[in-house]
Design a protein around this ligand. Sequence first.
Ligand SMILES: NC(=O)c1ccc[n+]([C@@H]2O[C@H](COP(=O)([O-])OP(=O)(O)OC[C@H]3O[C@@H](n4cnc5c(N)ncnc54)[C@H](O)[C@@H]3O)[C@@H](O)[C@H]2O)c1
Ligand SMILES: [Zn+2]
Length: 351
Amino acid sequence: MEKIIEERIVLCSNIGNAVYERLSLADKVFFVVDENTYKYCFPLIEANLKHVDYQVLTLESGEEFKSINAINFIWQKMSESKATRFSIVVNLGGGVICDIGGFAAATFKRGLQFINIPTTLLAQVDASVGGKLGFNFNGLKNEIGLFCKPHEVLIDYKFLETLDEKEINSGFAEMIKHSVISGKKHFDELYSIEKLLANDPLLHKAINTSISIKSSIVSNDFNENGVRKVLNLGHTFAHAFESLYARYGEDITHGKAVAAGLICAAFLSTQIDNMLEISEMKKIESLIMRFFSKIEISDSDVPQLIELMQHDKKNNGEIMFTIIKKLGDVTYNKKFADTQVVSALKYYINL
Ligand SMILES: NC(=O)c1ccc[n+]([C@@H]2O[C@H](COP(=O)([O-])OP(=O)(O)OC[C@H]3O[C@@H](n4cnc5c(N)ncnc54)[C@H](O)[C@@H]3O)[C@@H](O)[C@H]2O)c1
Ligand SMILES: [Zn+2]
């Protein structure tokens, strides 16, 4: 059984069948996986591939391997196997695999078709939808990349069952972001979820809504010239937190950084006239704090964080923010003085 969530995004109850049906016209198929998705996710598909000419390309998992070396590895394997324009790449994994596998496919022989099968919550509601592809370069996240839509995105909630708690939480941060952008109805839907359980129908329903929100924003501004920037909500802060953690050689999930970033962005949003009311900020904050412990940053990190935000490639030297007028009304390209950004960071640190 399949259900179309949005154009080219399909909810599948039998992922093995769904994949098989899509590969019948391909001369060769390349599955891009990492060692975890090979172990936990590929077995749900493998039995259906008896008549398919396929290869599995296994990358090392983790953000540090989202590099040109991984792209090179995929290109090399496809070239050795004489992949043609009739070959298909299937990205089976989280955001890292979807970003890398998509980039490798979209650039090989000027573009092979690729299908995303996102296996983390973050990839299902965010990374696999929207056609942003790329890899990290020169110490900068997603420095090289392009926009190119996947041929299809296949969603199966079953994959979520082998994710650990921190990965489920990570994706939930992006869902919270989508709910703040879309409005009270979806926000309240998330608020009613007490615990994140991979097999909870409430979560499944919320995933569909979240995908639709992202997809509809992207369809109005694929190349991110305008309205798509609302999706950067919380991310100017989040990217700085991630870079700071990287400097210290410590791990942080993207979602955990986004959760903290959303709190800072909500605070910033209360600092201009006629913007977010404190009561709404507190509501957003309380939903986030229910699922995320605070990240460890202190006053002495603030100057570095400001410097990192100034260098964020989306900021052109000036720190621009997406901010919240109220639930369901988010605006972008707002400039703030460094002192206001410092106050937002200090607000978070002192929570
Ligand atoms: N392209 C976009 O629009 C977009 C949007 C948001 C994030 N991203 C990118 O996505 C990446 C983060 O994605 P992520 O959080 O999915 O990280 P990830 O791909 O690193 O996956 C997280 C971990 O979960 C493991 N894993 C994946 N699926 C599993 C499963 N079903 N069971 C058990 N383990 C599993 C992976 O091996 C990895 O160790 C970042 O690189 C970010 O830049 C891209
Ligand atoms: Zn994000």
